[in-house]
Design a protein around this ligand. Structure first.
Ligand code: SAM
Length: 244
């Protein structure tokens, strides 16, 4: 059954018409036809099962039949990532969605090679990943910023664990086990790692802690994915509401 992320409200007896983009996907790519069922979610109203009524190239009308899963709270977990090569940051975006991140924040550090990042493309990868992995929200892509600026405006209520390849940090799982529950952020550096002055800055911030991922130097995308998997393992929300 196709599962689609939509922006429209989802509720019983609400007429629902999907626009061109979804119509193209359903009619042309998936060759869906009237009578087929579809799952829909919008990040607010849980997940709904619907039946396609009219399937056209520019619009599809859906009759919403029932809510299959109620909207549920999801982890408040940001990933701050220095933009790296295109395919690799795309992979990070996709895996961050699968691993429950609530936001991806591209941050430019002193050794970041990429001078810009296509947030629209990253967002599209995360929508696709959210549809596939059956989560009920899509992570936000935050406005790219210089790391210094992101840190200057930081809300101290959110712990920031920065992935420190220099071995300066305690193992991530151990730090997580000692950390009180609450909003969390993980920061991963670029291919060239963090500059010394960035480490000094981070070490002065009360909300920031260096953490390690083992003795080997991981690629940035490996480090990001491994860190999110560890957060999920230590703090993961395992309760998955069954589909009714
Ligand atoms: N230029 C650095 C070097 O050769 O030492 C490597 C940077 S690494 C390719 C990219 C990022 O991944 C690092 O900035 C860090 O955030 C993270 N990372 C890689 N290995 C790590 C490890 N063992 N522990 C913690 N973070 C790691």
């Amino acid at each position: 059954m196709n599962r689609l992320y939509v922006s429209e409200d989802l509720d019983a007896d609400l007429p629902l018409t999907l626009g061109k983009e979804h119509a193209h996907y359903l009619a042309t790519v998936m060759r869906a036809k009237a009578g087929d069922q579809v799952l829909l979610f919008n990040g607010r109203d849980g997940e709904w099962r619907g039946k396609l009524e009219a399937v056209g190239k520019s619009a599809v009308t859906v009759e919403l039949e029932a809510q299959t899963r109620p909207q549920a709270a999801e982890p408040d977990l940001w990933l701050l990532a220095a933009p790296i090569k295109k395919e690799r940051i795309d992979l990070v975006a996709e895996k961050a969605a699968e691993l429950g991140a609530s936001a991806l924040w591209p941050v430019f550090t002193r050794r970041t090679v990429m001078s810009r990042v296509n947030t629209e493309r990253l967002g599209a990868h995360m929508v696709e990943a959210a549809e596939q992995c059956e989560r009920l929200t899509v992570p936000a892509v935050m406005e790219p910023a210089d790391l210094d600026k992101a840190l200057a405006g930081w809300d101290g209520g959110r712990a920031l664990l920065f992935l420190d390849e220099s071995g300066g940090g305690a193992p991530l799982a151990q730090v997580l086990a000692e950390l009180p529950a609450g909003p969390l952020a993980v920061l991963v550096g670029p291919e060239g790692g963090f500059a010394p002055e960035e480490r000094v800055l981070l070490s002065t911030l009360p909300f920031a802690r260096p953490v390690g991922l083992g003795p080997r130097i991981l690629r940035a995308e490996t480090a990001a994915i491994a860190a999110l998997a560890i957060v999920q393992a230590v703090r993961g929300d395992w309760a998955r509401a069954p589909r009714s």
